[in-house]
Write a protein that binds this ligand. Structure first.
Ligand code: NDP
Length: 341
């Protein structure tokens, strides 16, 4: 059983007289920075000069280049996307690390797969919210909090876990509960859940129904466009996966549990899922992903652009224009463009 920590297990005194540098004021950086400031911590921001830096200034923070923030702060929150962090770390952070500094990651990836190897004189900890940035802020303001995974990779100060707990409390996580884990466990489970078919399975359902003669708009509304699925997942969070069944008709409960067994071969599906775990755990996925980064993401951009030409995407463009959710077709992966410090 994993060990769980709550507000009473954490002491904010470990943040007193220390400056926290939020490196990367994006989804997580903004939410965690605002929450920590509301919890009484002294925050500065390190970011490239761009819209995110402007947002940090507008939120009232002192904003510096990443290099300067690394020199000024005692505790660094490394909140740059995982694929860009190793270069930012080696160019702008590693040269300025001092004994007893703390490196706090929000994802286990770069430590678990040895893309970053910090020097032994710093604490290396993980406080990984199981929540998108917007939710980190909203649940903090609502007072409900959100779960996180905590881990200690290096304990140079002898207080690394206490500091991780204080940071988890400062961002609002120990209110719901922070779970002791490891960088490896966090990284592998996170990658596994991303790689298990959330996009392709609904698309197979779309293809099957449309090939069977049904209207694409009606199919999309059923699959995800109505928002019913997000309500079901929210109910599963609150009532449990099987507990939320009571919100469905008996016909639906029968179909979900009995008819659906017809096509699933648990042995074969599990074999595939085990291969996904081993592909990640062996480091093979990480090596493949590093090669992809070095290529400038050619395969990612190519496959995304191909997927955006699929009939399901064309149907979605039509429906979302009709519903007023989109005034321009989503047909190119322009969000994958890379920016440099
Ligand atoms: P974002 O995509 O929001 O980016 C964070 C910041 O990094 C932004 O300020 C961004 O600038 C900046 N940035 C992007 N590329 C570079 C670069 N090449 N050099 C310098 N700065 C750059 O990241 P997230 O907040 O989503 O993720 C941060 C960390 O949190 C990651 O480790 C992630 O795995 C983890 N995490 C994320 C969650 C989420 O909900 N997104 C959930 C839990 C953990 P700009 O905005 O201008 O692009």
């Amino acid at each position: 059983m994993a060990k769980m920590f709550f507000d009473d297990d954490a002491d904010l005194k470990y943040l007193q007289d220390r400056t926290i540098g939020i490196i990367g004021y994006g989804n997580q950086g903004q939410a965690q920075g605002l929450n920590l400031r509301d919890s009484g911590a002294h925050i500065i921001v390190g970011n490239v000069s761009d819209d995110s830096a402007d947002a940090a200034k507008a939120d009232g923070f002192e904003v510096y280049s990443i290099t300067v923030a690394a020199q000024k702060a005692d505790i660094l929150f490394l909140l740059i996307p995982d694929e860009f962090l190793p270069k930012v770390y080696s160019d702008h952070i590693a040269p300025y690390l001092r004994p007893n500094m703390v490196l706090n990651f929000a994802s286990g990836y770069n430590i678990a797969f040895k893309c970053i190897t910090p020097p032994p004189q710093v604490d290396v900890i993980l406080v990984a919210p199981r929540m998108i940035g917007k939710g980190v802020r909203d649940t903090f303001l609502r007072g409900t909090g959100f779960p996180s995974l905590l881990a200690v990779h290096q304990d140079a100060s002898g207080n690394a876990l206490a500091i991780a707990l204080a940071l988890a409390k400062g961002i609002g996580s120990t209110h719901m509960g922070a779970v002791l884990s490891s960088f490896e466990e966090e990284a592998i489970i996170d990658l596994f859940s991303e790689q298990s078919g959330d996009l392709y399975f609904p698309r197979l359902m779309f293809e099957t129904l449309v090939e069977s003669g049904f209207d694409p708009d009606v199919v999309l509304l059923e699959l995800y466009a109505s928002g019913e699925m997000s309500e079901i997942y929210a109910a599963a969070r609150d009532m449990g996966l099987w507990g939320q069944l009571k919100l469905h008709s008996r016909t639906s409960q029968y179909g979900q549990q009995i008819t659906s067994q017809m096509f699933s071969n648990p042995g074969a599906v599990k074999d595939n899922l085990r291969q996904v775990v081993e592909h990640i755990r062996s480091g093979e996925f990480s090596r493949e992903w590093t090669r992809e980064q070095e290529s400038g993401f050619v395969n990612l951009v190519k496959v995304t652009n191909e997927n955006l030409q699929h009939p399901m995407q064309k149907a979605e463009n039509r429906l979302y224009r009709l519903l007023g959710r989109r005034d321009k077709d989503l047909d190119s992966a322009d969000w994958l463009q890379v920016k440099e410090e």
